[in-house]
Design a protein around this ligand. Structure first.
Ligand code: GLU
Length: 486
């Protein structure tokens, strides 16, 4: 049977790293098997769901390059793909379950349920619903309804059943039905609960494999019982392990950026984020570390998804991202870098001029090997823009004390005055020329020039710094640092 998988986010917030990983694994599995990946929106939590979150999730998936062959926004033969638009369908199945006595109306109030809970806790038992409304007669139901009570629908959990799940990641997992009370499948407002709607949808969408986070493992027996009650084939399950933070605790918002688009905002490249997420719980068979999405499709298998928790390591993400930054030609990074430059007050224009684009390209070529993400661009701007410079470091100041420094910097000033246009190539020529004319070693030219222009002993390529600073900034910087050697 053709593989069909789905990602079924609840639109109650942005797409988090864990959700993105579930989406990615489903996508890779489907693509690798020539199957179909379905995107379905599980918005039955009316209070917490929103269209904005739905949009955000979709945008994040698109940014990562994870596409779906069927589902929300694009449609398909099994739609609609938003649960609140499928209420009639759930109703049909609820009626079947009620008619066959596999589900029943329950009229218990919050207070009654709370009393039962407290009683079970006092007895040292797992709080669960004990089935008070299981055997109500039609007469009793009428009376309760006459009191204005609105019923929920509960699923009648068979007693003494062991529910076996042969999880493709975790192996055999067994649950005892006696630990599960009759659970609600439809709330009093007629909206189905997750554990119920998910089954109906997975059945009707012909889902063959359910790949999702480990946090749903405890829901699985409840879902399996519904498949069985409806006489439907149970899909294969694969529950992927939790993602832990560096301290070994479950990743949470307190760990900083957990939303996928936080990484977009920080200037990570989508191919790096995909590569990083793929390695959260899955490992390739060989030594290769960097994978494009296409390569992941070829390599991915559920057999190599680990049972042990994955650890979110920001250093690893930085390492992967810097690899992709190095690989990307600087001109391809210009538009991505622009928002970060604008945030620093530069290029407040709608469209860059040719000259500005060239400047940014050279700037990026100078720094892209040094940064982990594009938001770090700002740390390098002082080298290349503006007239400000200060020599704070003692060692750097001592460089400007060498007897040859005044001549070097004076000659630099002259040569810069002489050129029409300053660019990295002319800058290189000028530095060479100074060494030749003053008969100095390269270092005795570069170091004082570097310190006098940037205040630092290290930094990006000096030709590029000179080329990008431009004549005016250089002249003003030289004036500012003259006090250290004159
Ligand atoms: N709506 C559920 C969630 O967002 C989906 C779980 C599932 O894949 O079954 O967690």
């Amino acid at each position: 049977m053709a593989v069909r998988v789905r990602f079924a986010p609840s639109p109650t917030g942005p797409l988090h790293i864990g959700g993105a990983r579930s989406a990615l694994f489903n996508y890779l599995f489907a693509a690798g098997q020539g199957g179909t990946f379905v995107l379905r929106i599980e918005d039955t939590d009316l209070e917490r769901s929103s269209r904005e979150s739905e949009k955000e999730i979709i945008n994040a998936l698109r940014w990562l390059g994870i596409s779906w062959g069927e589902g929300i926004e694009i449609g398909g033969p099994n739609g609609p793909y938003r649960q609140t638009e499928r209420l009639d369908t759930y109703k049909e199945y609820t009626e079947k379950l009620l008619a066959t006595g596999q589900a029943y109306y329950c009229y218990c109030t919050e207070e009654e349920l709370e009393q039962e809970r407290q009683m079970l806790i006092a007895r040292g038992e797992t709080p669960r619903y004990l089935g008070k409304c299981r055997h109500l007669t039609a007469e009793q139901r009428r009376e309760l309804e006459a009191q204005g009570r609105k019923p929920v629908v509960r699923f009648k959990v068979p007693a003494g059943r062991s529910i076996v799940i042969n999880d493709l990641v975790r192996g055999k997992v067994v649950f005892d039905s006696d630990g599960i009370g009759d659970y609600i499948i439809v709330k009093s407002d007629g909206i189905p609960t997750y554990n119920y709607a998910v089954v109906i949808d997975d059945v009707l969408m012909n889902i063959t494999h359910v790949i999702r986070g480990e946090e749903h493992l405890s829901n699985t027996p409840r879902q399996v019982l519904i498949y069985e009650a409806l006489g439907m084939k149970v899909p294969d399950f694969a529950h992927i392990s939790l993602i832990l933070n560096a301290e070994g605790r479950k990743m949470s918002k307190r760990d900083g950026d957990t939303a996928v688009m936080d990484y977009f905002r920080k200037g990570y490249l989508p191919q790096a984020v995909v590569n990083f997420i793929a390695l959260l719980g899955w490992s390739p068979s060989g030594e290769q570390e960097f994978f494009s999405l296409e390569e992941l499709v070829k390599e991915f298998s559920l057999e190599r998804v680990s049972k042990s928790p994955a650890v979110f390591d920001l250093n690893k993400l930085n390492y992967i991202n810097s690899h992709y930054l190095k690989q990307t030609p600087p001109e391809d990074l210009v538009d991505l870098a622009l928002p970060f430059l604008k945030a620093e007050g530069l290029f407040q224009v709608d469209k860059l001029s040719e000259e500005q684009r060239k400047w940014v390209t050279v700037f990026l070529s100078a720094i892209k090997e040094k940064i982990n993400n594009l938001s770090e661009i700002k740390n390098y701007l002082p080298y290349f823009t503006g007239a400000e410079v200060e020599v704070i470091d003692e060692e750097a100041r001592s460089i400007l004390q060498a007897p040859t420094v005044p001549d070097v910097l004076k000659l630099l000033q002259e040569k810069i005055d002489d050129v029409q246009q300053l660019d990295p190539v002319t800058a290189k020529g000028i530095l060479k020329q100074i060494g030749k004319e003053l008969k100095l070693k390269g270092k005795d030219v570069f170091m004082p020039v570097r310190v006098a222009l940037t205040g630092q002993m290290h930094g990006p390529d000096l030709d590029l710094i000179i080329g990008l600073l431009g004549k005016d900034n250089i002249v003003r910087r030289l004036q500012k640092t003259a006090k250290y050697y004159l």
